[in-house]
Design a protein around this ligand. Structure first.
Ligand code: SME
Length: 162
């Protein structure tokens, strides 16, 4: 199944366009949140070769690590801290072309050089957590990623309260 999701060529736009309907099919009929988040992280990681892809969910005044693909990561991030905690606080997508230039960036790995964090909202419009994607290269992420990843997060909305 995972092999079928891997799209190794084409532009970034083409990869998102091919991946989104496949993810929709993968998530259809499955309400287990951990299973859905785990497969989404794996599909994004394999399709784009990102260094790290994963979810953090809001628990009190912290983000707590959820399903991910990539190296071991920080378990808890306080609101307003790092890129993830700032995206949560500001309730908006943050694109960081160079993590060393982001004040307060939390370096889970020195190999991560650019990053995008997208807020994840439930079906009632409540913020649930964030999707964090890291790259080994500088300047990896742009509005195509922001849009594609926001669509992925939207697909998860109805699973979040299940
Ligand atoms: N760099 C993130 C922390 C999470 S890890 O990169 C997986 C941040 O600054 O919020």
């Amino acid at each position: 199944m995972a092999e079928d999701l891997y799209i190794s060529n084409g532009t970034k736009e083409e990869r998102y366009a091919a991946l989104l309907p496949q993810l929709e099919a993968l998530l259809e009929g499955e309400d287990d949140l951990v299973a859905c988040l785990a497969n989404v992280a794996a599909a994004l990681h394999d399709t784009f070769g990102f260094f790290w892809v994963g979810f953090y969910r809001i628990a009190g005044d912290e983000l707590v690590l959820g399903p991910f693909q990539g190296p071991v990561a920080c378990t808890r991030i306080r609101r307003g801290r790092g890129v993830c905690g700032t995206a949560w606080q500001e309730e908006r997508t943050l694109i960081v072309p160079d993590v060393n230039e982001f004040p307060g960036h939390i370096a889970c790995s020195s190999l991560s050089r650019s990053e995008i964090v997208v807020p994840v909202t439930d079906a009632q419009g409540q913020l649930w957590g964030v999707l964090d994607v890291d790259s080994r290269e500088l300047n990896t992420f742009d509005n195509v990623d922001a849009d594609g990843l926001a669509r992925v997060c939207q697909m998860l909305r109805h699973k979040l309260n299940a």
